[in-house]
Design a protein around this ligand. Structure first.
Ligand code: SF4
Length: 247
């Protein structure tokens, strides 16, 4: 059972491809931050459900929540024997991923509450290889900071097994020319980290790191599919395929 408990529908950037960016009210209601009592009661309500996969995100940027760290700490603190959730996955744009936060997440992933591998993955929404394309696609000039934050997280993870990272670019008009550079950049980072990984055109499983060229969902799907197919071709991959990393 996939459970998305959205800590906030606020975001700190405005990606061109995201419905969150298109409206002031992502859910047709004023944007908010979840209060702790709602988080506590929602987690308590999961107890006894079978094989819950928890993600604290739907729209918005979860790490923007002023108490993100405390909320996640709490979730793992009460998750002994996986009594609340079996898997945990974080989606983030990595704009505010300090070394301290990275270390905290790594600690929770490698000894937090629950069985080994409970905190299985972080999906990093990066979407560009250059700062210029990042600014265009993401609506904010945070490219270099995000590239640094994600690379540092991978470096801090070192040989720790969890979480796996998915380094993602949603292929679209403003970044499709960078598919090869994006793939090369993050493949090089993962190679330097000594991790097995795959390059993929479709949602990656959680067994290893991945560089993921993601298809844009949009009103003009044939055009988005053509951009995606071309981007995959540029990196030597069929649009429906997963390629293993180069070692
Ligand atoms: S970072 Fe995520 S939530 Fe924020 S605008 Fe981009 S895609 Fe949407």
């Amino acid at each position: 059972m996939n459970v998305n408990l959205e800590l906030t529908d606020h975001c700190n950037i405005r990606c061109r491809m995201c419905s969150q960016s298109l409206r002031d009210e992502a859910h047709g209601a004023p944007m908010r931050f979840m209060d702790f009592d709602t988080w506590r009661r929602a987690l308590a309500g999961l107890e006894g459900l079978h094989d819950v996969h928890l993600c604290p995100h739907w729209l918005g940027e979860p790490t923007l929540h002023p108490h993100f760290d405390a909320f996640v700490e709490y979730a793992f603190a009460i998750n002994g024997n996986n009594r609340i959730f079996r898997r945990f996955k974080l989606h983030t744009n990595a704009v505010i991923l300090s070394p301290e936060r990275s270390r905290r997440l790594l600690r929770l992933a490698n000894g937090g509450g629950g069985e080994r591998g409970t905190f299985e993955a972080i999906h990093f929404s990066i979407d560009a290889a250059s700062a210029a394309s990042y600014a265009f696609v993401k609506g904010a000039d945070h490219g270099e900071r995000v590239f640094r934050n994600v690379a540092r997280f991978i470096e801090l993870r070192g040989a720790l097994p969890f979480p796996v990272v998915h380094l993602t670019m949603v292929v679209q008009e403003g970044n499709r020319h960078e598919a090869r550079a994006f793939t090369q950049r993050w493949s090089d980072v993962l190679k330097a980290a000594g991790r097995p990984f795959r390059v993929t055109a479709d949602w990656p499983p959680f067994d290893q790191d991945a560089v993921y060229l993601r298809r844009l969902n949009t009103g003009d799907q044939p055009l988005a599919d053509a951009w995606h197919a071309r981007a995959c071709e540029d990196v030597g991959m069929a649009a429906q395929s997963r390629l293993p990393g180069s070692f």
